[in-house]
Design a protein around this ligand. Sequence first.
Ligand code: DGY
Length: 331
Amino acid sequence: MTKPTVFITRIIPNPGLILLNEHFPPEGIAQSALEIWPHDLPPTRTQLIEHARGADGLLCLLTDKIDGDLMDAIGPQLKIISNFAVGVDNIDVSAATARGIPVGNTPGVLTDATADQAFALMMSAGRRINEAERFLRAGNWVTWQPSLLLGADFAGATLGIIGFGRIGQAVAKRAQGFDMRVLYYSPNAQPAYGAQSVDLDTLVRESDFISVHVPFKPETRHLVNADFLAKMKPNAVLVNTARGGVLDQTALYNALKSNQIFAAALDVTDPEPLPMDSPLLELENCVIVPHLGSASKKTRDMMSLLAAQNLIAGLKGERLPNCVNPEIYTS
Ligand code: DGY
């Protein structure tokens, strides 16, 4: 293979970089042909085009918006776009397909970490952990009180899971250990872990906890809106570890502010980062963390490895181990 050139839009964990170096040692991929954006902040669109122009391979993050114009600006030699994420809503996949470019992602390896995060958030919001810690640090803990900071019960409660793919099922598996009744809404998904398939309306009305696990697409934009929130139980807790755009944040603010629902916990927001003047940050009953669903050491190492494997396969003209537009291989 002649020397491919690659642009990686951020420093990724070592396992992927080691693999790339093994496959493309300096004599194979000239060091100058493998460029890694060294900064903490992502490249701007102009910087991305400037650095990726002429590249055969692009390894990008969910913070990089990759559309057809950008693919064209990189050039017709672009053979592979490898996303360091399972979600690919930052990439115009149809534009890549139209150009015959395979798009890779990192499924499977972040299932448990993301399900753990969903559960941790559900418990933080349900048992008011963050609020209680703020209370303590503010010096308000004067004595044990029978009615201080009371939260939700998990045993016997109903958990509704929207999107019963790998992560949704892993959340159901955890809920079994908490003696919860689990409902799910996910057309075409098979039951697992004792969860019962129901329509969305039933799930929203009957659940004490709702956890969202759908990909962000035009059809899922603002799936959680004012109507949805109005149907939820007043004691209910909403958790979103999917994508911020799945939820209408203004509607959520209104529902939390008026105690229409008990609490919410967000791993993802729209936009990201959440502006510091967001009214959601004023609310005691809203837990917000900075998109950390997959943020465990092992998970990020595995994501790095999978992203590098996709990149290498694409550069070699081989089928990607994890490809989101496999139709390019048949058309
Ligand atoms: C993903 O992979 O899509 C997560 O949101 C980030 O780990």
